[in-house]
Design a protein around this ligand. Structure first.
Ligand code: PMP
Ligand code: GLN
Length: 387
C-alpha cells in the first residue's frame, strides 16, 4: 500500500501515555481527567439504555440533544442555529474536524493553520488533498508571556487558493484565548473573501480569571462562514465517550453531513440522551471555570517550588512550563528523560508543529495537564521538586 500520510506516526498522546504506563510515571501528558464523571450523568445514560434507546438514532444526532445545543449556544453566544439544518452531533470533535475539512477543501486549495496546532488538523487537510499553510504564532517573551496571533502574518499568507482558516480558542497546547481585538482582526482578514473558518472551541467552558469565551458564533459576519466545533468530552469529563458537535450555516452543514453520514452515519444513542438531559441544566458547565481554575492554581503553585518556569494559562486544562533552568535538550528528549528518570509525563510542545525536530519548533517548553485529582497533582509536584 502507498501511504497517504507518510509523515504520520503514532500520536504523541498515545506515545507518551504508553511510556507513562511502561515507567509507572504520573501521567500529566495526554489530556484526560483521572477522576470520574458526575454520577447524575452516569445514571441518565443508564436510564436511556434501560428505556430502550439502543437503536440507530437520527443521522444528525437525537433531536433532544440538538435542541439542548441550540439553547446553550443561543443563551451564551446569541446565535440561533436551526436544529434541523445547522447542528450535527459527531463522534467527538475529531470527527467533526475531519468531516468539516473533507467537506470543504480539496486539491488545489490552501488551508491556513496557526502553529503550534492540535495534531489532527494537518493530516485531515492532507487527506482532503489540500495544502496546509502554517503560520507561526508569536512566541512568549519576557514582556508578553502568552502565545499570540500576528494577524499581519495571517493576512500575508492568504492567496487566491486560500479556502479555509483553522483557529482554536481556548488553544491547545498554549492555553491562549482569542480577544475581541483578535476577532476584529479576523473579520478584517476574511472580509470580502470566500474563505471559510473552522473554529475549534472544545475548551469553550474551561476559561479562567473571569474572562468569557468568545465564540465565533457570537459574531454574525464570522458565524456565516464558520464550522463551530465543540466536544462534550471536555465539558462533562467523558473524553472516552467521543461525543462532539458542529454548528454551521445550512449550506456548510449540508456538505458536512454528506461526509458525516458515510464516515459514521450517527453516534451512540444512549450517550446522546444522557448528555442531553444533563446539559439541559446549565449549572453543569457553568461550574467548570471555577473547578479547573482551582486545579490550575494548585499546579502553578506547586511548579513555582521547582525549577520549571510556569507560563500563564488563560484557558484549557493545560499549562506550559519552561524547563531551560533544568536542561538544554530538545523538548522531546526532555519529555522522555522526565518520564524515565523522574516519573512524570508531559507533552513536548514541538509535537504541535509541522516539523517537530526543527530548531524553530523547540522553545524548551512542555505541556502539563491539570485535569487530575489533587492527590495526583501533589504526587507529581513532589517528584518535580526533587529535580
Ligand atoms: N481539538 C482540540 C483542541 C483538542 O484538544 C481535542 C482533544 N483533546 C480535540 C479537538 C478532540 O476532541 P474529541 O476528543 O472530542 O474528539
Ligand atoms: N486532545 C488530547 C490532548 O491534547 C488528546 C486526545 C488524543 O489522545 N487524541 O492531550
Amino acid at each position: 500500500i502507498t501511504s497517504k500520510l507518510p509523515e504520520v506516526g503514532t500520536t504523541i498522546f498515545t506515545t507518551m501515555s504508553k511510556m507513562a504506563l511502561d515507567y509507572k510515571a504520573i501521567n500529566l501528558g495526554q489530556g484526560f481527567p483521572d477522576f470520574n464523571t458526575d454520577e447524575k450523568l452516569q445514571a441518565l445514560v443508564s436510564k436511556a439504555m434501560a428505556d430502550g434507546f439502543n437503536q440507530y438514532p437520527a443521522m444528525a444526532g437525537v433531536p433532544i440533544l440538538r435542541e439542548v445545543i441550540h439553547q446553550k449556544v443561543k443563551n451564551l453566544y446569541g446565535r440561533s442555529y436551526d436544529i434541523d439544518t445547522e447542528i450535527t452531533v459527531t463522534s467527538g470533535a475529531t470527527q467533526a474536524i475531519m468531516a468539516a475539512v473533507l467537506a470543504s477543501v480539496g486539491a488545489g486549495d490552501e488551508v491556513l493553520v496557526l502553529e503550534p496546532c492540535y495534531d489532527c488538523y494537518l493530516p485531515a487537510i492532507r487527506l482532503a488533498g489540500a495544502k496546509a499553510i502554517t503560520v507561526p504564532m508569536v512566541s512568549p517573551t519576557s514582556k508578553n508571556p502568552h502565545f499570540s496571533i500576528d494577524w499581519n502574518r495571517v493576512q500575508a499568507s492568504i492567496t487566491s487558493h486560500t479556502r479555509l482558516l483553522i483557529i482554536n480558542s481556548p488553544h491547545n497546547p498554549t492555553g491562549a484565548v482569542l480577544t475581541e481585538s483578535d476577532l476584529d482582526a479576523l473579520e478584517q482578514v476574511v472580509n470580502d473573501t470566500q474563505i471559510m473558518i473552522l473554529s475549534d472551541e472544545v475548551y469553550e467552558h474551561i476559561i479562567f480569571d473571569g474572562v468569557s469565551h468568545l465564540s465565533l458564533s457570537s459574531r454574525p459576519t464570522l458565524a456565516e462562514r464558520a464550522f463551530v466545533i465543540s466536544s462534550f468530552g471536555k465539558t462533562t469529563h467523558t473524553t472516552g465517550w467521543k461525543i462532539g458537535y458542529c454548528c454551521a450555516p445550512k449550506n456548510m452543514t449540508t456538505e458536512l453531513r454528506k461526509v458525516h453520514q458515510f464516515m459514521v452515519f450517527t453516534v451512540p444513542s444512549v450517550l446522546q440522551y444522557g448528555l442531553a438531559a444533563y446539559t439541559a441544566d446549565s449549572s453543569t458547565y457553568l461550574a467548570l471555570p471555577a473547578f479547573y481554575q482551582r486545579k490550575r492554581d494548585h499546579l502553578a503553585t506547586g511548579l513555582a517550588q521547582t525549577r520549571f518556569k510556569v507560563l500563564p494559562s488563560p484557558g484549557t486544562f493545560f499549562m506550559l512550563a519552561d524547563y531551560s533552568a533544568i536542561s538544554d535538550s530538545t523538548e522531546s528528549d526532555f519529555a522522555i528523560w522526565l518520564t524515565q528518570n523522574h516519573g512524570v509525563t508531559v507533552i513536548p510542545v514541538s509535537a504541535f508543529y509541522e516539523s517537530p525536530t526543527a530548531p524553530s519548533s523547540n522553545h524548551h517548553i512542555v505541556r502539563f495537564c491539570f485535569a487530575k485529582k489533587d492527590t495526583t497533582l501533589d504526587q507529581a509536584i513532589e517528584r518535580l521538586t526533587k529535580i
